[in-house]
Design a protein around this ligand. Structure first.
Ligand code: HEM
Length: 450
């Protein structure tokens, strides 16, 4: 039995560059050459074992928290998120944070955010003109930022909110770009120089976040408030302890970073894919404007996230050896393994004609636990998955009941925007005209029937 599976022999910088520039083509090519398990090497020189057989994905997602360290694998994000972010923690501390964070994100609770999501979309749609071509990504980012500020941070309209929006936008632009990611990789997460650079953008944001936390703490109506921060302030762990202000700051930053760009990128892909397939767009539009096939709306979202998973891989550092590749490789402790969402989703034995955008496939067969994994899995599965799915449904419904849209050009290529993969022109769409059917403008009345 071998320790590490084979992989490309190119220099690590060449591998990293291809992974950044053409992530899908690069890994698809390696799978064609080496099979379902192969080893890559990126800038830091550490091997990364890529897994794309659902059996290996199951091994990783069902492995114990003591063996599969995700926090350690995410440590590049520590300078921004802080050391007490759920994404950076492992084992007992991770479990403590996860238990406190999960209840506010429970599926049924999401209905309470319907109004906020509808309003945020309506404000955005009010700026759209018939006949104009729109780049969806920044528009979707504006919506998801507004939703997080209100539903997660609990910020009401006012001058304070505008100040925070500007600070968050600046911070997001300066921290989640390719230059910053490359610097983190080259300098390492413990670099003082890196931290100094980041502190300049993070300090004013932190100041605001601590102010928001303090204001919530002394709000007389804290128990009645619906936002996630209020619930986190009231949550207690098994020893009856609340999250400290520093832990709350790190989790707010995590929810912003994990929830804003991901949902906006997925939505941009949904519009890009739909406008390239006019018949699918037409059927979805009909369902949203009066049909009653909610299953089709969900299938469109599932298919978008299958074909364009915005986070293409997740990573774990092994603390004990595991066996993968149908018993062929015994990976030693210390190895980094990466269930490759993007490759699992392109398997033709699970998804015939895998490169085709065909939502009907999910009506015929519902998504499988280890074969549809855009939100990762196991003890690290995305905390905000119900929130994201609810928001995607809300935005699709609001847009397509208000406007007729069409493609503004050919299909867009996959490119990387720091953490997520996005359409290389941001998902360009032409706004044809205002919808003229009964039920149109539902978003204008804030009446999303989800
Ligand atoms: C389309 C949108 C989204 C996608 C595709 C997505 C995807 C993911 C993925 C792949 C992971 C890692 C799972 C793993 O390692 O196995 C993750 C983790 C996480 N996500 Fe999301 N996410 C989305 C939206 C959100 C939203 C809206 C929030 C919250 C507002 C959120 C909060 C989190 C948190 C807190 C974690 C860390 C979980 C842990 O380490 O235990 N995500 N997400």
């Amino acid at each position: 039995m071998l320790d590490l599976p084979p992989g490309p022999k190119q220099p690590r910088y060449a591998q990293a560059l291809q992974w950044v520039m053409r992530p899908q083509e690069f890994v698809v090519r390696q799978r064609e050459r080496f099979g379902d398990v192969f080893t890559l090497e990126f800038i830091d020189g550490q091997p990364l074992v890529v897994l794309s057989d659902p059996e290996d994905v199951r091994t990783v997602f069902t492995g114990s928290a003591e063996v599969m360290h995700a926090g350690e694998a995410n440590k590049l994000l520590a300078p921004i998120l802080g050391s007490r972010s759920i994404l950076l923690l492992d084992e007992a501390e991770h479990l403590r944070h996860r238990r406190l964070l999960l209840p506010p994100f429970h599926g049924e609770r999401m209905l309470r955010y319907e109004q906020i999501m509808a309003e945020a979309t309506r404000r955005e749609l009010a700026t759209w003109q018939e006949g104009e071509t729109i780049e969806m990504l920044p528009r979707m980012q504006a919506i998801t930022l507004e939703v997080i500020m209100r539903a997660v941070f609990g910020i009401e309209d006012g001058l304070g909110k505008e100040r925070l929006r500007v600070l968050l936008r600046t911070m997001l632009q300066q921290t989640t770009n390719m230059r910053q990611m490359a610097l983190s990789l080259i300098l390492g997460p413990d670099s003082e120089r890196l931290q100094q650079r980041l502190d300049e953008v993070l300090s004013p944001v932190d100041e605001e976040l601590y102010r928001v936390i303090a204001e919530h703490r002394c709000a007389p109506d804290l128990e009645e408030r619906e936002d996630i921060l209020s619930m986190l302030l009231l949550a207690r762990d098994e020893d009856g302890q609340p999250l400290s202000d520093e832990e709350l700051r790190d989790e707010l930053m995590t929810l912003l970073l994990a929830g804003h760009e991901t949902t906006a990128s997925s939505l941009s892909w949904a519009f890009e894919q739909l406008t390239q397939k006019p018949q699918t767009l037409e059927r979805l539009t009909e369902e949203l404007r009066g049909g009653d096939d909610e299953a089709y709306v969900d299938a469109v979202i599932q298919e978008t996230m299958r074909l364009r998973p915005v986070l293409p891989i997740v990573i774990r550092v092994l603390k004990e050896p595991i066996t993968v590749g149908q018993g062929r490789f015994r990976l030693p402790a210390g190895t980094r393994v990466a269930p490759a969402i993007i490759l699992v989703h392109l398997r033709d034995d699970i998804y015939p004609e895998p490169f085709e955008f065909r939502p009907e496939r999910f009506i015929e067969t519902p998504p499988g636990t280890y074969t549809w994994i855009p939100f990762g899995g196991g003890m690290r599965r995305c905390v905000g998955s119900a929130f994201a799915l609810f928001e995607m449904r809300a935005v699709l419904r609001a847009v397509l009941t208000t406007f007729d849209i069409e493609a503004a050009g050919g299909p867009e290529r996959i490119t990387r925007r720091s953490l997520t993969i996005v359409p290389d022109h941001g998902g360009r769409v032409r706004v044809v005209r205002r919808a003229e059917v009964a039920g149109a403008g539902a978003a204008d009345q804030g009446a999303l029937a989800l």
